[in-house]
Write a protein that binds this ligand. Structure first.
Ligand code: HEC
Length: 162
């Protein structure tokens, strides 16, 4: 009889134990779910990305050749609302979007505040790899053009003081 009663108790305890595990796992799943939804992965700034920092000379030349035949039509002089490479504020801000979002903007086309960029930025024969490289080149060029602009401004200041 005693054994029978203790078995009932044990069974009850076991049930409570299992119930606790059940509730604990449900809450864990809910917590993980909410956490997963609220966490938007922040993209890596293009200038800090491994891909940008390990571009080879060949990658840059590929990017440049596409830039010089397609992208330059707008981005050289700011045609159709495109932004020129010298505009540091614009490109530094865009760099924060990360390569995946920027690639998507060029590959699919993009409507900004100043104008519309057509899909593939006029390079209709370009494949994904080439467009990706042209995007990296755009940022590479931006850095170079901005450094040159800074130099020019300093020279101007100097000659104005002569
Ligand atoms: C027909 C003109 C045109 C051509 C050609 C063009 N762009 Fe653009 N591009 C634009 C305009 C307009 C914007 C948006 C400006 C704004 O933010 O208002 C833009 C924006 C961008 C951006 C920023 C996108 C973003 O999400 O912030 C990148 C990067 C870019 N262009 C790269 C390229 C590359 C690389 C090429 C060549 C493959 C190219 N563009 C060719 C007009 C052009």
């Amino acid at each position: 009889m005693g054994l029978y009663i203790s078995m009932i108790f044990l069974k009850q305890e076991y049930n409570i134990y299992m119930k606790n595990i059940y509730y604990a796992s449900i809450s864990l799943i809910i917590i993980l779910f909410i956490d997963g939804c609220s966490k938007k992965s922040t993209p890596t700034n293009i200038y800090e990305s491994d891909e940008y920092n390990s571009l080879t000379k060949k990658d840059i030349i590929t990017g440049e050749s596409i830039w010089a035949t397609s992208c330059f039509r707008c981005h050289r002089y700011g045609t159709n609302g495109a932004i020129v490479s010298e505009n540091k504020e614009y490109w530094d801000k865009a760099a924060q979007k990360g390569i995946d979002a920027l690639f998507k903007s060029v590959w699919e086309g993009y409507k900004g505040e100043n104008g519309v960029m057509p899909a593939k930025g006029f390079c209709n024969l370009c494949d994904e790899d080439e467009i990706r490289k042209s995007v990296f080149y755009m940022f590479h060029l931006a850095k170079k053009a901005q450094a040159a602009e800074e130099k020019r401004n300093k020279l101007k200041e100097k000659s104005a003081n002569l």
